[in-house]
Design a protein around this ligand. Structure first.
Ligand SMILES: *[C@@H]1O[C@H](CO)[C@@H](O)[C@H](O)[C@H]1NC(C)=O
Length: 436
């Protein structure tokens, strides 16, 4: 998480002060306790803390540049007596019109301020690199005594940096399990739909408020002060599910092209024993159907390219084994693995064990061609008594283990398993087996 931690540091715009204020958690604490879990308030008591990042004066200058369009770059909004409204006229957002809306109690949301502000752009570009995910921003200018938006939750991790004035915030936990870390933002909610806030606070210039996606929030201005804040966001559609959503269809398409098993028809009459209606019936056809459904996806794994070996890895694996024809006969042919040979998997991700009807299969990727379409999935059928040893090798990775610690039968069994895996390029040794 080190990049991520640096991102948090940057958000805190840490300088030398970082960590010197008691309530600021360390980046590690933030990652463990707050990120995707709980809001965090950082009170700094330093109104000038974000000076230079963005101001109402910058906003006014941006309006004067004449390039701001209502709707595209700027939203004029209000939320009063439970009614949320957008007041965008069409066309250019000229200062006279914009400031008139503001004087009449409307909030001004500048979208993507990085398009107009070099400092915001710079902050986001740094954050983006650290988070490894798109970073975005909006700025919000709200007149005293008003609220610009209905309560809602978002689909992003939000960092509210209070730039000027004050704002009263209420933050609420996700209401149900399905609203925890939601994929999409909510509609405008009503006050009646909310429970009690988990956090209620008046943010002052220099303060920071973080809340995860799914946390409902609403902010309103006190009668005596306007508010300008920037919300910096990240991690939109950046979950495991989002990754799989992209990977799986491509992998499935490849599998369909490669593997006739994917193209074989479903069993005649399968609707008679599959489906929820039959879920309580013990049925051999159903069991076989489910097993096949579980087994087929594990073959996707075969679409992974083989690992690229370094020179030293090559020397420690079968690929660098010095067997060769020399002076009239083959030399260095025997793979002499003993009980003391130290071994480990070439890579953690190169094997997968699957229990199949026909037996225990060890699928592996070491020999896959880089040109995927030329290769059948590679697997070994292995004796079920070797399952523990394979799992042991997986859990020991990246450490080496000596062959005699493999949890299976006799020493001969251990050596023959290690030799088999070495021959397939799955195992490497700590030292070259043959010194040449
Ligand atoms: C909330 O209400 C405003 C005003 O009607 C509308 O423009 C906006 O799209 C709504 N937000 C959502 C997420 O539905």
């Amino acid at each position: 998480k080190s990049n991520f931690m640096r991102a948090f540091c940057v958000l805190n715009i840490c300088h030398l002060a970082f960590g010197s204020i008691e309530q600021i958690p360390s980046p590690g604490e933030f990652a463990g306790r707050h990120w995707e879990r709980a809001p965090l308030l950082v009170r700094r008591g330093d109104p000038g803390y974000y000076a230079g990042l963005f101001s109402t004066a910058d906003f006014d200058a941006i309006l004067r540049s004449g390039e701001v369009q209502f709707g595209t770059h700027l939203d004029v909004t209000s939320y009063a007596e439970g009614v949320r409204e957008t007041h965008n006229p069409v066309g250019r957002a000229l200062p006279a019109v914009v400031w008139d809306f503001y004087q009449n109690g409307c909030s001004l949301r500048l979208l993507n301020p990085q398009a107009f502000s070099a400092t915001v752009w710079h902050l986001l570009s740094v954050l983006q690199e650290y988070f490894g995910s798109m970073a975005g921003a909006n700025t919000y200018l709200t007149p005293p005594g008003t609220q610009g938006f209905a309560p809602h939750y978002d689909d992003i991790e939000a960092f509210v940096l209070q730039l000027e004035g004050k704002k009263h915030w209420r933050v609420y936990s996700p209401r149900t399990d399905t609203e925890v870390l939601p994929q999409f933002s909510s509609a405008n909610l009503t006050q009646a739909e909310l429970g009690k806030p988990v956090l209620e606070v008046v943010l002052e210039a220099g303060d920071l408020l973080y809340f995860p996606r799914g946390f409902i929030h609403q902010g309103d201005c006190l009668p005596d002060a306007h508010s300008l804040h920037i919300t910096v966001s990240s991690y939109q559609r950046n979950s495991w599910g989002d990754l799989l959503e992209k990977l799986l269809p491509a992998a499935l398409q490849m599998a369909l092209e490669e593997d006739v098993e994917y193209r074989q028809g479903l069993p005649i009459g399968y609707l008679g024993y599959m489906g929820v209606a039959n879920s309580d019936a013990a049925d051999a056809c159903r069991t076989a159907f489910v097993e096949k459904l579980q087994r087929l996806p594990s073959r996707f794994f075969m679409t992974v390219s083989p690992p690229v070996l370094t020179q030293s890895e090559k020397q420690l694996s079968v690929y660098g084994f010095p067997a060769q024809w020399q002076d009239g006969s083959p030399r260095n042919v025997d793979i002499l693995i003993t009980k003391d040979t130290e071994v480990r998997l070439l890579r953690h991700g190169i094997i997968r064990l699957c229990n199949e009807e026909a037996g225990v299969m060890l699928y592996y990727t070491t020999e896959n061609s880089r040109v995927y379409h030329k290769e059948e999935p590679k697997y070994l059928e292995i004796d079920p008594e070797y399952t523990d040893s394979i799992e042991f090798l997986l859990s020991s990775y990246p450490n080496h283990v000596t062959v005699d610690t493999l949890p299976c039968g006799t020493l001969d069994d251990k050596i023959s398993l290690a030799t088999l895996l070495f021959e397939k390029g799955i195992l490497t040794t700590k030292k070259p087996l043959v010194q040449v």
